[in-house]
Design a protein around this ligand. Structure first.
Ligand SMILES: Nc1ncnc2c1ncn2[C@@H]1O[C@H](COP(=O)(O)OP(=O)(O)O)[C@@H](O)[C@H]1O
Ligand code: SF4
Ligand SMILES: [Mg+2]
Length: 319
């Protein structure tokens, strides 16, 4: 694997559940089951999968909001868990998160200016410097400075997400992890936010980990795509290649649901049942209970990730 600016190695996150009246035995939700990725500087890397597959858990674990159960996160080759205090502070600045739900992530009691100012002040920045930085950032994300005195509930969805983006960018990060940044927005403004993120990537030389449940959006936005199912990566490839020749039956089903010209000529595939619970994942290939191509081996033996064609990896017994 080529060395990336951000490398995730065999990341696992299990949420422990305590015993309750309903849950007789304490259990654990296996939200991430050994995720490995290497994101190169300057690329847009897409992580796609249906709701509940572990995308947000991955995002929060990578930025340090959650503690991994196992695995390693390397930023520029350094293991994030073994950084000293100064290095940790630097990492927090350099790797930032854009939240899916800006309404929940912006303090409702503060004005836009207060929300942006407080973290900078806590870092010891001077008043004048903060003011300049905020004005420059407002300009960068296309917000009028008159909005500085407004409260989050006085902003539109698109304006709130621009504040969320500004919040992530104000300390000049290198990597931005965007957790479904457009899925809570009206369709009419989704494209504006995507264009803004594209534009900012170029101007600020950003590296993106772009998370979405929508394969069409990641195809449009990303250079490479990893497809996730029940806490595992099942396929990883360059974006155009994945769109043209999806290998994993799960990826094929996702793509077959996209109307219009996709290039793969798949008939619409309707999967049986819902995704199984990560509290009790299936044996063998996690996808086998829903797979339309399953074989005898699939329910007992876990497939390994293999490189089928150059830079196109899949985890499935068919290959
Ligand atoms: N704090 C938590 N405690 C227990 N289970 C959680 C918690 N957060 C998420 N989960 C579970 O972990 C799995 C992955 O969730 P999440 O990472 O939010 O997925 P996604 O972002 O892809 O929708 C889901 O089954 C979810 O219910
Ligand atoms: S390993 Fe088997 S069950 Fe899993 S995706 Fe491949 S064919 Fe389907
Ligand atoms: Mg999520």
């Amino acid at each position: 694997m080529k060395k990336g600016i951000l490398e995730i190695r065999d990341l696992r996150k299990h949420y422990r559940l305590r015993r309750t009246r309903l849950l007789k035995k304490p259990g654990s939700i296996k939200a991430l089951n050994g995720v490995s990725l290497s994101i190169s500087k300057g690329e847009s890397f897409g992580l796609v999968g249906e709701s509940g597959c572990g995308k947000s858990t991955a995002a929060y674990t990578i930025v340090g909001l959650l503690k991994p159960t196992e695995g390693r996160i390397l930023f520029k080759g350094n293991d994030v868990t073994s950084l000293n205090r100064d290095q940790k502070r630097e990492f927090r600045k350099k790797v930032q998160l854009i939240f899916q739900d800006t309404s929940g992530s912006l303090n409702p009691k503060g004005t836009v200016e207060w929300i942006l100012r407080e973290p900078l002040r806590a870092m010891g920045m001077q008043k004048k410097e903060i003011k300049e930085l905020i004005l420059e950032s407002m300009n960068l994300v296309g917000l009028d400075k008159d909005l500085l005195g407004r409260f989050p509930h006085e902003l539109s969805g698109g304006q709130k997400q621009r504040v969320g983006i500004m919040n992530a960018l104000i300390l000049n990060p290198e990597v931005v992890i965007a957790d479904e940044p457009i899925s809570s927005l009206d369709v009419s403004i989704q494209a504006q936010i995507l264009n803004l993120m594209n534009d900012l990537q170029e101007r600020l030389s950003l590296t993106y980990l772009f998370i979405s449940h929508d394969l069409n959006v990641v195809h449009y936005f990303c250079d490479r795509i990893a497809v996730m199912y029940l806490g595992e990566i099942v396929e990883l490839s360059e974006s155009e290649e994945l769109y043209r020749s999806p290998l994993h039956p799960y990826t094929q089903s996702l793509l077959s649901a996209i109307p219009g010209e996709t290039g793969h000529k798949l008939e619409r595939i309707i999967l049986e049942g819902d995704a199984p619970s990560p509290l009790n994942p299936p044996t063998g290939c996690f996808f086998h209970p829903r797979c339309f191509r399953r074989m005898a081996i699939c329910s007992s033996v876990k497939p390994q990730m293999t490189e089928v064609t150059k830079d196109h990896f899949v985890s499935c017994h068919l290959y």
